[in-house]
Design a protein around this ligand. Structure first.
Ligand code: RET
Length: 270
């Protein structure tokens, strides 16, 4: 349908809501992240997650973040060329945003769950292995999701969807398996913060493949207008919401840590 190939004013409104929401989120995270000391990297990463998303939402609101994919099925007959041309609108900019920001979100989560380590010993290698593994799987999840979104042929599309889901399961395995075990081993507040972030991330991230399947990339059960609206809301929760919980959680941890180390010399002097 031709109306599915143009950006509607409804979509434009939600893309602007996304832009402004991400920009405000970035500013809020920057303000909250002041005084994080050793943990400032969490505020830096969360700030850039929102700032990057704000730029990509602006790109889409300007109408520069989408493209029309076409597939031609033409045959030459004695009467001339006959055939059909299929076309659909794809917001490709989402995938560029996600391929940069989802690794940063995962680094934030792993930064809480994995214990601080010194330069020597196995822990450094294990930590690097987990970070590299989760980022590799995540990048392939997004890239193969883009390949699926660009496919007009259903077989290709669902094969790419399945491949993307396999990498998604890989990401979930790392964050629910070894990293959660490491967070648990650190105990107390760290384990509690990790679990809170893990639940938020898992619930929100599961919505993406479902929406993809229901939306114009998949079965077209819901309109592009509805899809753009839900993606904007989920994106805001997964980036701004997650970032705020991460930064406030880490802030509490570091102030509790400071109190403990301030109390320690006093206790020793007694
Ligand atoms: C795709 C394609 C279909 C299969 C799967 C997908 C997963 C996407 C996810 C995206 C998360 C995005 C976030 C963005 C933050 O704003 C690519 C939709 C499994 C999990 C958190």
């Amino acid at each position: 349908m031709l109306e599915d190939l143009t950006i509607t004013s409804h979509q434009e409104t939600w893309l602007w809501i996304g832009t402004i929401g991400m920009a405000l989120g970035a500013i809020a995270i920057l303000a909250l992240g002041r005084g994080l000391g050793n943990h400032a990297h969490h505020a830096v990463a969360s700030f850039f997650v929102c700032a990057i998303a704000a730029c990509f939402y602006l790109l889409m609101a300007f109408g520069q973040g989408d493209l029309i994919v076409t597939a031609k099925d033409l045959t030459l007959t004695p009467e001339g060329v006959v055939g059909t041309v299929e076309a659909k609108l794809v917001y490709f900019a989402r995938y560029i945003d996600w391929v940069i920001t989802t690794p940063l979100l995962l680094i934030g989560l792993l930064g809480v769950g994995l214990a601080a380590v010194n330069q020597a010993g196995e822990a450094v290698r294990e930590r690097t292995g987990l970070v590299a593994g989760v980022i590799g799987a995540d990048i392939l999840m997004i890239v193969t999701g883009l390949f699926g979104a660009l496919s007009l042929d259903s077989t290709h599309k669902y094969i790419w969807f399945a491949v993307s889901c396999v990498f998604f399961l890989g990401v979930l395995y790392v964050v629910w398996g070894p990293v959660r075990a490491s967070a648990k081993a650190q105990g107390g507040e760290i384990a509690a913060l990790y679990d809170k972030l893990l639940y938020i991330l898992t619930v929100l991230w599961f919505i993406y493949p479902i929406l993809w399947l229901l939306g114009t990339e998949g079965t077209e059960a819901i309109s592009l207008n509805a899809e753009v609206t839900v993606f904007a809301i989920i994106d805001l929760l997964a980036k701004v919401g997650f970032g705020l919980v991460l930064v406030t959680g880490v802030k509490k941890l570091s102030s509790a840590g400071e109190k403990a180390s301030a109390a320690a010399p006093a206790a020793a002097a007694e």
